[in-house]
Design a protein around this ligand. Structure first.
Ligand SMILES: Nc1ncnc2c1ncn2[C@@H]1O[C@H](COP(=O)(O)OP(=O)(O)OP(=O)(O)O)[C@@H](O)[C@H]1O
Ligand SMILES: [Mg+2]
Length: 327
């Protein structure tokens, strides 16, 4: 059975189409990723599937329940961890969990052992009586995930689960998420703009841009579609370099924010040819690298743009800022 089936889902905010007629299915037990840049429509998609936002048109079923016909039914069978932190800073980890459990009317005798089990699962059992204010970003995230699981959802929605966390903490969190999926069989749909996250964590990835799904498959198959090798060059005149790069061994050339990307086979052999072309045209090369296609190359291939890292860092600092304000 499908855990989630999305049919022509669309959300418009006035003139702005945030989610544009998307359809996809997620199998029970899958970890499914929505990968895309800022404003792509990831959060809006999750909000519609979790019945927080009403679609403009289209529909979806979650665990066999239709989001329009029975939103309460959907909510009972899902856990949600949203992009913005929603823990109570002044309460302890246990109290945050307990409060959530009461909201869902989970009886005390079920609630207490379940909270213990989940805090153990995310490695926070020994901090359960500490107030959240004293927690690191990664610990807060883990607590939010544990809380989202309290009412035993079949599907867990994670909106940018590792945004703003350092690489080590992100790795740690990935392990927890994987464990949830493999040990508890929970279907997971997550959003991210981190390529490595989509790569490591997701069985399948839908790349979303401007409200549309532009490609969907396993990460490996998406990369295989690009094929061959990639050489990325930073030059002082990327327009001119692009125009001069034509040879039988070049499959495709793409230009994007000061970089030129060349798709080809046997990159090691041809990198010298590219340097020679640049020299002949008196073009400076600031940097040059050879790699196998990444999801970034897949995104570039379909959109002509990159999922920019600076976008991510702006957002992270905004998030940090908001968090500081809240204190
Ligand atoms: N409540 C709202 N009212 C008006 N416009 C909205 C609202 N929520 C989202 N949008 C717009 O819809 C588009 C998609 O936003 P969404 O938050 O889904 O993007 P996202 O992919 O989650 O981006 P990010 O990576 O920044 O979280 C954006 O253009 C955004 O400005
Ligand atoms: Mg978002």
């Amino acid at each position: 059975m499908f855990a989630i089936k999305v049919e022509n889902l669309t959300k418009k905010f006035d003139e702005n189409t945030a989610v544009d007629n998307i359809s996809f299915e997620i199998e029970s037990g899958e970890v499914f990723g929505l990968l895309g840049p800022n404003g792509a429509g990831k959060t809006t998609t999750l909000s519609m599937l979790s019945t927080i936002l009403k679609p403009t048109s289209g529909t979806a079923t979650v665990n066999g329940t239709n989001i329009l016909a029975d939103p309460d039914g959907v909510r009972k069978s899902i856990g949600i961890v949203f992009q913005d932190q929603s823990l109570d800073e002044e309460l302890t980890a246990y109290e945050n969990m307990d409060f959530h459990g009461r909201l869902y009317r989970i009886p005390k005798e079920v609630r207490q052992p379940k909270i213990k089990e989940l805090l153990e699962l995310v490695g926070l059992e020994d901090r359960k009586n500490d107030i959240v204010k004293t927690f690191s970003g990664g610990m807060r995230r883990r607590l939010e995930i544990a809380r989202g699981l309290l009412h035993k959802p079949k599907v867990l929605f994670l909106d940018e689960p590792t945004l703003g966390l350092d690489p080590q903490t992100r790795n740690h969190l990935w392990e927890y998420i994987k464990k949830l999926n493999s040990d508890k069989g929970i279907t997971i749909i997550l959003t991210t703009h981190y390529m490595d996250e989509a790569d490591k964590l997701c069985d399948r990835v839908a790349i979303i841009d401007k409200g549309k799904i532009i490609a969907m498959d396993t990460s490996q198959k998406l990369k295989d579609r690009i094929g061959g090798d990639v050489i990325t060059i930073k030059s002082n005149d990327s327009d001119k370099l692009t125009s001069k790069l034509s040879a039988p061994w070049i499959k495709r050339v793409e230009k994007h924010d000061g970089f030129v990307t060349v798709h080809l086979e046997n990159a090691e052999k041809h990198v010298i040819d590219i340097v020679n072309i640049a020299n002949k045209e008196k073009l400076e090369i600031g940097a040059i690298s050879i790699h196998k296609p990444t999801l970034e190359d897949v995104f570039l291939h379909f959109t002509g743009r990159t999922i920019r890292e600076e976008e991510a860092s702006t957002k992270e600092s905004m998030r940090m800022h908001r968090r500081m304000w809240r204190r």
